[in-house]
Design a binder for this molecule. Structure first.
Ligand code: KG4
Length: 342
């Protein structure tokens, strides 16, 4: 049966709405705030929520038009509930609740990182247990998925997220925000000349703030000595050191757990070098899923795909539920357990 789903994602600085027919994406509209945040060198939360508020109805209108449906055709709504910026999340959540009440349809709170990981479901079927590698501007986590909604966080960053680190180093290098994609391009022209250190941390956790401080001191020293900034080689060496941590911990997990699939997700999943390195891990017994580039960055299609998995077997959320800026994936998994229809 045809079920039209409206999906809303406003966790950070992109206002995103998608329409799906079951698991098929009919439209995925993203209104990016990057040009405005680039002026201040990063996202100012207050500005982000105001822009969501200004743009969200235009984005809704465009998403419906592109999908060639009206609000009355909708059967369910999925909305990012967290993690993210509180004010930004609230704009999307408020729209979802209002539409759910006025249209008398169910709405489902979706975890932002589950969206990033399960974006790989668009056009794919996944074998479990799977290892989720989340690399974004706000999160860096290694997650064991025993099933779609059964999560165990194996590793996490002890400080900065990888994308946050790339953007901060990029700023010191004089690159515009967000610097991740530019570092990616520059790195292709360089080599790992500087061999920046790779922190040795027990278990599956990682840390990126040491690398950030190291790079900032390195850049300042070059500037003081009036040496040219060797951008291409610095970018390549920076990526090699940062990605080595992710690869090392991933390999460690593969030695211990019977992982059948790897799901890469988050904005840094768009990085060409990281994609190449993760893809190289593929074997006959280990399938690698990389999200399409359009579904690597924040988008609402990924929220819609997760919603589609919930609509038949889970209860709609209470209207009293509120945005959760620091929501953990496993806590969301526990919440869903309590929502399962019997
Ligand atoms: O997932 P995302 O869109 O937003 C959240 O953090 O939720 O990720 C944004 C991050 C930024 O830090 C940006 O610099 C990084 O993704 N990024 C990249 C690339 N494209 C985006 N980092 C490295 N290489 C890229 N090609």
């Amino acid at each position: 049966m045809k079920k039209y789903i409206l999906a809303i994602e406003t966790s950070c600085d992109d206002t995103c709405i998608a329409v799906l027919e079951n698991d098929k994406v009919l439209s995925s509209v993203i209104s990016s705030q990057i040009q405005i945040h680039a002026l201040s060198g990063g996202v100012i939360p207050e500005v982000a929520s105001r822009l969501h508020e200004q743009n969200i109805f235009f984005v809704l209108d465009e998403a419906l038009k592109k999908a060639n449906i009206t609000l009355n055709d909708l059967k369910a709504i999925g909305v990012t509930i967290g993690p993210g910026l509180i004010g930004s999340l609230q704009v999307g959540l408020q729209l979802a609740k209002t539409l759910a009440v006025t249209l008398n349809i169910p709405y489902f709170p979706i975890h932002h990182l589950a969206g990033h990981l399960l974006a790989n479901l668009i056009e794919n079927k996944i074998a479990f247990p799977a290892l989720g590698i989340i690399v974004s501007g706000g999160n860096s986590e290694l997650v064991l998925l025993n099933d779609y909604f059964d999560y165990e966080i194996l590793g996490d960053t002890l400080d900065d997220a990888i994308g946050e680190m790339l953007d901060k180093v990029g700023r010191v290098l004089g690159l515009p925000y967000p610097s991740g994609p530019i570092i990616d391009k520059m790195a292709k022209l360089g080599e790992n000349k500087y061999h920046f250190p790779i922190p040795k941390i027990e278990g599956y956790n990682f840390s990126f703030s040491g690398l950030k401080t190291n790079l900032i001191n390195f850049i300042h020293k070059r500037e003081q000595n009036q040496e040219n900034l060797d951008l291409e080689n610095i970018c390549c060496s920076l990526q090699e050191s940062a990605f080595a941590q992710i690869l090392n911990k991933t390999k460690l997990i593969l030695e211990t757990y019977p992982i059948k699939s790897i799901l890469l997700g988050g904005g840094v999943a768009a990085n060409s070098k990281l994609r190449e390195k993760i893809l190289n891990l593929e074997t006959d017994n280990l399938k690698i899923y990389l999200p399409k580039l359009m579904y690597s960055m924040d988008n609402a299609a990924m929220i819609g795909v997760v919603t589609n998995l919930l609509i038949d077997n889970y209860q709609s959320a209470e209207l009293t539920i509120s945005a959760k800026p620091n929501y953990k994936l496993n806590d969301w998994g526990d919440y869903l357990n309590g929502q399962k229809k019997t």
